[in-house]
Design a protein around this ligand. Structure first.
Ligand code: PMP
Length: 296
């Protein structure tokens, strides 16, 4: 990975309605979004110049903001157009795309209803969330101590910056122990998701995945369910307890950043990155490059 910090790169960032030179895209230290967590974001990928499920991401972006009681001052169409412009102007057709929206500086207290809502979109190359060689052999996960909060205690359906605080702490703790990432349980002790990706298991020719009622229902998660359906493989969405971890054959993570990442172990449990995971890796790679009207 490049060692150039993110604020010192070259290119163009879309900020509040126009492209600005990368290094001039700034916010003030006194911004509500920074101090009080009134920030939402998206994570998307462009493949060969086209953002996968751009419209769904733009809609989720707007919905995340609404859950945090603010409105993004651009329509989904305008956000899609701005993202496409960013991809085009930066010149690399295969990039990660990061829209972010936050409350600005007019009010610096808990209540800040009259803040200006700022939006920025940046793109950068990000080949994989995990080491590529390790990824295809299957990564190893620890089980995090932090749990996904009760949806009555946090806006869990939002892709809100504040919800990543426990994810960062959990991933750091896992990496210090030599794991690639951490699997998080939910507030009731059930399997939830990874720190930045959803999780699937296989058993008896079916997929099993936790019900997304207190964590992000990923756009990739829904894509996986659809790709499996096309292969005649059903998905059981249900409560999964850690006691079941030894009963599954395969396990993989999915998300925009992780794409499809086979898992070789969770704590003491071992999985074989087998046929279903490898088929999903390929089906997903094909799907993200499929263009409407193409036969692929
Ligand atoms: N859960 C979390 C916590 C994530 O950060 C992500 C990545 N955005 C996902 C799940 C997967 O979501 P998606 O498939 O929409 O990228």
């Amino acid at each position: 990975m490049s060692v150039v910090p993110f604020d010192r790169r070259e290119g163009w960032i879309w900020q509040d309605g126009a492209l600005v030179p990368w290094r001039e895209a700034r916010l003030h230290v006194l911004s509500h979004g920074l101090h009080y967590g009134s920030t939402v974001f998206e994570g998307e990928r462009a493949y060969d110049g086209v953002i996968f499920k751009s419209r769904e991401h733009s809609e989720r972006f707007r919905r995340s903001a609404e859950l945090l009681d603010f409105e993004i001052p651009y329509s989904a169409e305008e956000i899609c157009a701005a993202k496409a412009l960013c991809v085009e102007r930066n010149g690399d057709p295969n990039v990660y795309v990061r829209p972010v929206a936050w409350r600005g500086s007019e009010m610096m207290a808990v209540a800040a209803p009259d803040s200006t809502i700022h939006v920025a979109i940046a793109v950068w190359p990000w080949p994989s969330m995990f080491n590529v060689v390790e990824k295809m052999r299957g990564i190893y996960l620890d089980i995090a101590e932090w749990r996904r909060p009760d949806p009555a205690s946090a806006p869990s359906a939002a892709k809100a910056a504040g919800l990543y605080m426990i994810a960062t702490m959990s991933k750091h703790a896992a990496e210090r122990k030599g794991y690639a990432d951490a699997l998080m349980l939910d507030w009731q002790g059930r399997i939830a998701e990874c720190t930045g990706a959803n999780v699937f298991f296989t058993r008896g020719g079916q997929l099993h995945t936790p019900i997304a009622d207190c964590f992000l229902d990923g756009i990739t998660r829904r894509t996986v369910i659809e790709l499996a359906r096309r292969r005649g493989i059903g998905t059981v969405e249900r409560r999964i307890m850690p006691g079941e971890l030894s009963s599954f054959d395969e396990c993989f993570l999915c998300g925009t950043g992780a794409e499809i990442t086979p898992v070789a172990g969770i704590g003491p449990h071992r999985y074989r990155p087998g046929d279903v995971s490898l088929m999903m890796v390929e089906d997903y790679a094909t799907e993200v490059r499929r263009r409407p009207g193409s036969d692929a």
